[in-house]
Design a protein around this ligand. Sequence first.
Ligand code: PLP
Length: 403
Amino acid sequence: MRRVYLDNNATTPLAPEVLEAMRPYLTEQYGNASSIHWFGQQAKSAVENAREQMAKLIHARPNDVVFTSGGTESDNASIFGIVEAAPPHGRYEGKHVIVSSIEHHAVLNAAQALEKRGTRVTYVRVGPDGIVDPKDIEAAIRPETVLISIMHANNELGTVQPIEEIGRVALEHDVYFHTDAVQAVGKIPVDVEKLGVDLLSISAHKFHGPKGTGALYIRRGTNLAPLLYGGHHERDRRAGTENVAGAVGAGKAAELAALNLESSAVRMAALRDRLEDSILGSIPLAIRNGDRERRLPTTSNIRFEHVEGEGFVIAMDLKGIACSTGAACSSGSVEPSHVLSAIGLSKAQARSSIRFSLGRLSTAEDIDYALEVLPRVVEQLRSLSPNYKKEAVSSPLSAVSRP
Ligand code: PLP
């Protein structure tokens, strides 16, 4: 069966060049990067080369990049690390943190854990377009605010947040600013200087690198308590024997992403727009969720009224097409997506929403095949929906099926 992968926001395939770059460090170059002998120094120089590659992608100094186990760790390290380090050190009470209501659970659940320890958290709303208003962030700042954490690009809607403007607000009020850029890095230009962030989370598997590897950009001078205690690895900022092959893979993936950033973005956006425009133009009661312009080139989130999302994903999978109802880590949850609720969708609307996310390997043929299969799947599922039949009778124009 033909297989089409339109779930690249969940994860991307490992690039063959990345696998090749990693291979020696999984086989003959097995040294511990902290050892002083030849084996260790080979590993260390590979990690340092990877650090330079990663730093270049985000316009950072290599020394400000720390390798981690991925986006979740980078988010947790930033959030707990800033709050714990803020004076009085080690205390969570009496401090305040600002996040948006559409953050990934790696941030949201960390914020909730902070609340249990006594930190106050403000969850800033987003508009129906899925974008945070920097004025709302500014209004939420209090004298005891120690951190603002706003994601760069949303994983469900693809909406890109005004990070640069929020960076200016944070600087003006002298508050640390973290951004979860897991969905943005490798897909759109990311420049830590321009953005004005103090901390920025990266995950390699979102741009054709290995899973379980990521990075955290930490601006020089940032007062951050460590998440893990152990050896003096990563200049005392992240304990644990370096994942040499992982870092090398992440670095290579960063280098590849930087090489093709502009051209890949243009190509993916064109494919995404063809998919989306064709769906919106030919399938009745299909509506885009989130802002059309301010979003990643890879992502389209569409709700098909009177279609049950999980059923849609399964029916598409049976035809060989992988898409999703939202974040991979939330699938199976009975609650509708917090992101879609935050932009004002009802439970039913949230449950009928589908995320299509393209990657560098997506082709025109993939989109053609999806467009061939999709209308029939929607029609089939709607034929099972009593509400759709009712609406079709009461409003024949809006609900009429086209071939
Ligand atoms: N943040 C965002 C926005 C994500 O989309 C993801 C992954 O889905 C993560 C964080 C978690 O990253 P990782 O899978 O590397 O832990």
